[in-house]
Ligand binder design. Sequence first.
Ligand code: PMP
Length: 439
Amino acid sequence: VKEQYAAGRPLSLELYREACRFLPGGDTRTATFFLPYPNFIEKGNGPYLYDVDGHKLLDFQNNYTSLIHGHGHRPTVEAVQKQISLGSAFTAPFEAQLRLARLLTERFPGLELVRFANSGTEANMHALRIARAFTGKSKIIKTEGGYHGTTDVFEASVDPNIKKAGSLDQIKVIPESRGVSANALKDVLVVPFNDIERTRTVIEENYKETACLIIEPIMGSAGQITPTKEYLTFLRDVTRQYNIVLIFDEVVTGRLSLGGAQKFYGVTPDLTTLGKIIGGGTPVGAFGGKREIMELYDPRRKKMYHSGTFNGNAVTMAAGLAAMECYDQDAVDHVNGLGRLFAEEVRNIYHRLGLNMKVSGEGSIYNILFTDKEVRNYRDVAASHEELNKLLYMLLLTKGVFNAERGMFCMSTAMEEADVRFGLQQVETALTQMLPVIE
Ligand code: PMP
């Protein structure tokens, strides 16, 4: 199938070779690379992408879930065009920022005050810093498989080799990349997702030094692993009891309802971080939460410093505001309805093909998993077959469907039911072709 893929993409190959002369591996994001070489995209429109070799692709990737309205969303485009002609960034506050801040704080139960940054990574870095400042403690607890961006402390046990990661009640902290500071990782404790007993033990043993517990309410890059309501409620109670700041990383789950996963599951954290969809397709991050914590950033109190040349820049704020105003309850119901249809039909496909497999996720984002196990934590998914998802990805690319290599499918408001059904047909054909290699 790689040959079939490559045969149809000579212009991508040419651009890829040229790009490799100037960019290591031909791009700036590890996640965009795959073998034999990625297809270069020319443009996007609604739910579709068009590559330079003339293929039209139904986009279930949406720039890793950040494009809630697909590509070229009219109100967002107009807002950006208008704003950029009036100025893109000022070293001064700007009304669109106030309006986006108001919209987000009205929607998310855990957001009383909010600040903007340029990426989800940055938002999490600031959340961590303010949690440390507020508690006077320095350690951080995260889940195995949890992804919070590309910076030292968070790049611990994101996608570890489970053979080297120790037992579940003694998880080893493993750096995700070369160059991650071993010193920084001394501050990190790792717990299994959905595991109340183990998380309680780690907290009881370390609460005197622990500033925060950070968690994706649904673990996204680990494979859309959903939480039990009891686990989230337990985290709320235990962190309150031990004076640990509970941070929900809602960079991805922010789309699950108008008020994100916290509203959906009915559990309110102390701090929330956001990104992706709230920038309307432009670079963004946001962090916020309880007034008593966030007020440390009030310059009148001179407690904490927070800078960033493009924080809250006018273009991002205008784009984010336009996109979020259009992401109303009807839009939430639309994408979540498409998502649930997708998941249900994928289960029907498994049934028709006699496959004992799982589809994980909630709302508008799902993951196809080549496992028959119940999925509760990172290890349940790490046991599933990465190579098979890569093969599925490659097959789908040759059939006009773009998803994420790890098996993720994300809906956008630009899609209609017929689009999702087209995608499902291709998934069924691809899985049928794969039957001989699926055990
Ligand atoms: N948190 C989560 C849950 C994410 O999925 C991501 C990005 N995929 C980030 C944080 C980091 O966001 P960014 O890539 O904007 O730095």
